[in-house]
Design a protein around this ligand. Structure first.
Ligand SMILES: Cc1cc2nc3c(=O)[nH]c(=O)nc-3n(C[C@H](O)[C@H](O)[C@H](O)COP(=O)(O)OP(=O)(O)OC[C@H]3O[C@@H](n4cnc5c(N)ncnc54)[C@H](O)[C@@H]3O)c2cc1C
Length: 264
């Protein structure tokens, strides 16, 4: 069984700052880390490796420092790490990102299961997983919160929908995106980290994918959307009013009523 996990490097969203005059993310203002949701996908792959003896490949697209997230996946038991890194991939929207990732998946060989996070904490679109599956022509399920049973020919899952949860059984190939509830990612041991540090991450350029996709579909050239301008919304300060005196309750009711908060 071959499982491929997609992992993305994101800035630490709690600390990252914006260059307010330009509206850009100041990437130097915070460390980068593996997208937290992708840790659940990596953990799911690790568990399947333990129970089924699966082979796990982790793939990421990003600039050279994104190699770190593949080392992280290797520390968490991935057998192979592949980084798509090239100027030609830069400026990609989700459409072009999924095109490059799908091409890399085809090149990485036959697979049974593709695992993604439900979303990233920076882009936050949840589009990449389903888009990759559509490009590969395979079924996909988003927002999987539990893998109830897994075997070499089928998998049973709990999938979250807008109206509740459903239990789905599927064969392979299949792409799933996992929520935070999927599992609790374990921390790699020091030994695992040292092993990952020495491991080699394969670097693929756009030209390496020439047999798998039309290169004009990558990066900014292949993007259907572009950013015209970005602005940071003005910070709204909380308004406070202290009500004093005997008629405070009446004043409070009147204030709530004025703001339409007592209707119904
Ligand atoms: C017009 C435009 C221009 C852009 N230009 C740039 C740019 O120059 N540089 C830049 O960094 N970003 C750029 N972006 C953002 C970029 O498109 C997104 O970061 C990327 O498509 C992933 O989307 P997302 O973060 O919403 O992922 P989601 O769809 O929320 O992610 C879901 C899952 O897909 C997988 N995944 C997502 N992205 C990757 C990846 N790169 N590698 C491996 N797995 C992945 C992960 O498993 C993740 O959990 C641009 C976006 C737009 C719209």
């Amino acid at each position: 069984m071959h499982i491929i996990v997609l992992v993305k490097q994101v800035p630490d969203i709690e600390k990252v700052q914006f260059l307010k005059d330009k509206g850009w993310v100041d990437r130097a203002s915070a460390d980068s880390e593996i997208n937290p949701f992708d840790l659940n996908a990596v953990e799911a792959a690790q568990q399947m490796k333990e129970t089924l003896g699966a082979t796990v490949t982790a793939i990421s697209m990003g600039p050279a420092p994104a190699e770190a997230v593949l080392k992280e996946a290797i520390a968490r038991n991935a057998d192979r790490g592949i980084l798509l890194t090239d100027e030609k991939f830069a400026g990609a929207d989700t459409l072009a990102t999924s095109c490059a990732l799908a091409a890399a998946i085809r090149k990485a060989g036959d697979f049974d299961l593709l695992l993604c996070g439900e979303k990233t904490v920076d882009g936050d679109t949840s589009q990449v997983g389903p888009s990759v599956a559509e490009r590969l022509g395979i079924p996909h399920l988003s927002f999987v919160s539990e893998i109830s049973a897994v075997a070499e020919d089928r998998i049973t899952m709990v999938v979250e929908t807008a109206s509740g949860s459903v239990i789905v059984e599927s064969g392979y190939p299949l792409l799933i995106t996992g929520t935070k509830d999927l599992n609790t990612p374990r921390l790699p041991t020091l030994k695992d980290k040292l092993r990952a540090r020495k491991a080699e991450v394969e670097k693929w350029s756009a030209a390496d994918l020439a047999d798998m996709a039309d290169l004009s579909k990558f990066g900014q050239e292949g993007s259907a959307t572009w950013v015209d301008s970005i602005s940071v919304p003005p910070e709204k300060k909380r308004k406070g009013e202290v009500l004093k005196g005997e008629d405070s309750a009446g004043k409070l009711v009147a204030a709530l009523d004025k703001d339409g908060l007592l209707k119904g």
